[in-house]
Design a protein around this ligand. Sequence first.
Ligand code: NAD
Length: 537
Amino acid sequence: MGPHSQPMNEPVLSYIRGSAEREALERTLRDMSTTQIEIPAIVAGTEVRSDDTATLTAPHNHDLALAKVHRSSRDTVEQAITAAVEAQRDWADWTFEERATVFLRAADLLAGPWRQTLNAATMLGQSKTVYQAEIDSACELIDFLRFNVAFAKQIIESQPLSSPGVSNQLDYRSLEGFVYAVTPFNFTAIGGNLACAPALMGNSVVWKPAASAALSNYLFLQLLHEAGLPRGVINFVPGEAGAVSSAVVGSPHFAGLHFTGSTAVFDSLWNQISERLPEYASYPRLVGETGGKDFVLAHASADIDSLAVALLRGAFEYQGQKCSAASRAYIPKSIWPQVRERLLDDLSRVKMGDVTDFQNFIGAVIDRKAFNRIRGFIERANESTTAKVIAGGKTDDSRGFFVTPTVLLEENPHSELMQDEIFGPVLTVHVYEDGRWEDILRLVDQTSSYALTGAVFGQDRKALQVAQKALRHAAGNFYINDKPTGAVVGQQPFGGARRSGTNDKAGSYLNLLRWTSPRTIKETSIPPTSFEYPYMK
Ligand code: NAD
C-alpha cells in the first residue's frame, strides 16, 4: 500500500489447529520461551546497557524468565533527549510521503514476517491468549500504522482559501522539541502508536515503555528500524518511571506528552509539567487517555443471551485489563435470574491458565501489584454487608498471578466496587427495580468520575433513545447492544472524557492534530507600493 491508498482493517487470523499461522506462532513461542534476551535502552539507534537490571518473567509462570531489562540511568535519559533533538532537525524536513513510507513498510513487516514475533512476545510478556494478542499486537498496531497515514494526509490536504493575488497555505510543522511517550502494559498497539503517531507528523520521541510490556515494545522498535526509521527519531528508555519522567519533563525541549495509563499518574505528570511551564520553549501538548469504570446497562427489553455474552467477554477477556472492560452492570430485576443463570453457566466453562495452552480463555493478571490490588477489592467485598460473591473470587499466585473471573452482586450502588477502577477480572452487578429507567440512567451517569466506555442493551427503541441522550457525557465510546470493548481503528475512534482523559481519540485525525503546530504562509503577488488609501486622495 502506498501513501495515497485507502487503508483496510487488517484481517484477524484464525489460528485453528493445522493452520500455517498457528504452526509459526507455536514455533516462535517455543524459541522465545527458551532464550532470555537483553533489553537495553536504545539511544540514537545504539544499545545502552546499565548495571541496574531487572528480570522480566511471564505473568502466568514465575519460572519463565523472558528478558533482562536494563534500566536507564539519568545520563542515558539525557542522551536520549539530545539524540531526539538532533534527529528531529533532519526528520522534520523529510516530506510527508517519505515519512509515511517508513510506517507503511513497518505495517507490512508486522503483517508478514514479524507478526508471530510480536504476537509471541505479547502472549508471553503480557499474558494474552492468542486471539487477544492477534487483535492487539498484529491487527490493531498494523491498523494504527496504516490509518494514521491516511488521516495525516487528510490533515495536510486541509488548506485555507487563496484570493486573487494572494496565495495562502498551512505548513503542518512538527512541534519544536521532542514528544515524551509514556505507555501502558495492556496493549502493545497502544505502546507502538503513542510513539509512532507523533513521529509520523515529523516529531522525534523519547519512549518510556511500561516495565511489563518491555519485551514486545522493544521488538517493535527493532521492526521500525528495519522498516527504515532513522536512528534517534524514536529513543527507547525503559527504567524507573518516576526518575525517567522527572529527567524528561525537566528538559526545555520537552514539547508534548503522549500518555496512556492510570489517571493518578497522568495527574502527577500534568502537575510536574505545569510547575515548569516557563522553562519550556513552547506550551507542551498534553494528551492522556486514562482510567475507566465502564458500564453495561440493561433495559428490561434486552435480549438475554447477547447481554450475558457481552458481560462475559466485556468483563473478562484479557483478565479485565482493558481500559474499556465492563466493570459495573445494572440489570433489571425481571430478567436478572435468566441473565445470572446464563452468565454463571458460561463462566463455569471458562478455562484459565498458561496462554500457550490454546484452550485457555484467560491468562494471569500482569504483576504482583495488580494481583494484590484486585485481591484487596475481593477481600473487602467478602467483608461487606452489601456485596456478595456469586462466581469466582479465588486468587492463587503460586505459579502465576491468577484471579478467577469474579462476579459480585452489590446492593449499594455507590460502593467502591461500583465507583472505582479495579482493572482485573471482576464484574459488579447492581440489580434495579423495573420501571425506574430514568432514575437508573441518572445513577449510571453520576456514579463514577470516569467516562470512558459504556453499553446499553435493549430492544425498546424509545428506551434506547432516552438512554443515549441521558448518558451523552457518561462515555466517550458508547455501545448499543454490543460489549463496551473492542474498538477498531478507523471505525470507532477511541477515548473518553471526564477523568478518563483528554479524549483526543486515538486512531483518528483528531489525535494527529495534537502533534502538529501549523504555520500560516501568505504570499502576495504584487504588494502595494504606497501607504495611502484611495479615499485619502
Ligand atoms: P500506569 O499508570 O501504572 O502506567 C502507565 C505508564 O506510566 C507506564 O509506562 C508506567 O511505567 C508509567 N508510570 C507509572 N508511574 C509513573 C510515575 N510516577 N511517573 C511517570 N510515569 C509513571 O498504568 P498501567 O497499569 O500500565 O495501565 C493501566 C491503566 O491504563 C488503567 O488505568 C487503564 O484504564 C489505563 N488505560 C487507558 C486507556 C485509554 O485509552 N483510556 C487504554 C489503556 C489503558
